[in-house]
Write a protein that binds this ligand. Structure first.
Ligand SMILES: Cc1ncc(COP(=O)(O)O)c(C=O)c1O
Length: 338
């Protein structure tokens, strides 16, 4: 399963889905029903699983667009059963158990009750069971191990009751890297599929490259004197005569504003400091005596030609996560697929 929710982690969900749809056995995961419908309307035929809590108002749409839903509460099963009774069908269902994330999911203590309900409603199309790790990308894996134990116990109870599932999935990217016993027959990969480490606590002993290069065009260059204030608040003042470039990318495009304090871009293999606060649509770069070409692009993060700035470096520097940085890219940024 490839997680393409939130605009495919900023990479364009349709873009990613189109690239991977012909690979054997791929299911896509989205969060909202709208995200699922959008992929279907654009011709994606693979199975699509919706992570969000179901709502009775959209079960008909999920059925129409062949979207898989998750059931994480007794009420969800009742809603689906009711729909089935009224319509003679309903979307395929994955049972979600909460083994320690304390978010959506049946309490493991309810396993027998859930199985009993399903044995009394055998027509409900349950084809999967899953759970989600809270700490699989951390150095200390004791909590993740305890989650895995709980999930295995749930599977044992199901097995003893004769309940089988086509899809059993527990692992996100951190677990794929850290917990080899958690793979079952399906994994749900988000960030790793985009070539990014889930955290700086996991060893990336795996051959992946960042999929995205986030770039911005140079739209203006000017020579300024020493003592010139740059951008809002004038917090950056040049100490000598220098070339200042204006890059047409801002925080409205997903560029993290706090990065300006220690941040830099890469151009033709060299790093240049961001000069002053990042604006909504633009930011400035101190190129020193280098003379960049108007219209060229600078690399903000990713890897392109001789430029390389890992998004992980920015996340660490500004105290955020790679997930936050990637999903901030949406809407206005042009998607150029190479
Ligand atoms: C339920 C669920 N499964 C899988 C993932 C993918 O996680 P990752 O990007 O760490 O692989 C997410 C991401 O938030 C998720 O919410």
């Amino acid at each position: 399963m490839i997680v393409v929710k939130a605009n495919g982690y900023g990479h364009g969900s349709l873009n990613i889905a189109k690239h991977l749809s012909d690979e054997p056995g791929i299911t896509f995961c989205v969060f909202t029903i709208q995200e699922g419908i959008e992929l279907r309307r654009e011709g994606i035929n693979n199975p699509i699983l919706i992570f969000s809590r179901i709502h009775k108002d959209w079960i008909a749409l999920a059925t129409k667009y062949r979207l898989w839903v998750n059931a994480c509460h007794q009420d969800d099963l009742i809603i689906l059963d009711q729909f089935h009774k009224e319509n003679g069908n309903c979307p395929e269902i994955h049972l979600k158990f909460d083994t320690g994330m304390t978010r959506l999911g049946f309490d493991p203590k309810e396993t027998k009750k859930v199985i009993k309900y399903l044995s009394e409603h055998t027509y409900l199309p349950v084809n999967g069971i899953y759970s989600h790790f809270a700490t699989a990308d951390e150095g200390d894996l004791s909590y993740a191990d305890s989650q895995l134990k709980k999930f295995n116990r749930i599977l044992d109870i199901c097995k003893h009751s004769g309940k089988q599932f086509r899809y059993i999935h527990c692992s996100n990217s951190g677990a794929v890297l850290n917990l080899p016993n958690s793979l079952f027959n399906t994994v749900r990969i988000g960030i790793l599929a985009y070539g990014i480490a889930p955290s700086d606590e996991v060893t990336m002993n795996i051959d992946v490259e960042p999929v995205m290069s986030f770039c911005g065009p140079i739209v203006n260059i000017r020579r300024v004197e020493a003592g010139t204030q740059i951008s809002y608040g004038g917090v950056y003042k040049t100490t000598h005569s220098t070339n200042i470039g204006v890059i047409q990318t801002g925080f409205a495009d997903g560029l993290p504003r706090p990065w300006y304090e220690n941040g830099y871009i890469s151009y033709k293999g060299d790093p240049y400091n961001i000069a002053g606060r990042i604006c909504m649509d633009q930011f400035m770069v101190d190129f020193g005596d280098a003379v960049p070409e108007l219209g060229d692009e600078v690399l903000i993060f990713g890897k392109k030609d001789e430029d390389h700035i890992p998004v992980e470096t920015i996340a660490k520097s500004i105290g955020t996560t790679t997930y936050v940085l990637l999903t901030a890219i949406q809407g206005r940024t042009d998607l150029v697929t190479i």
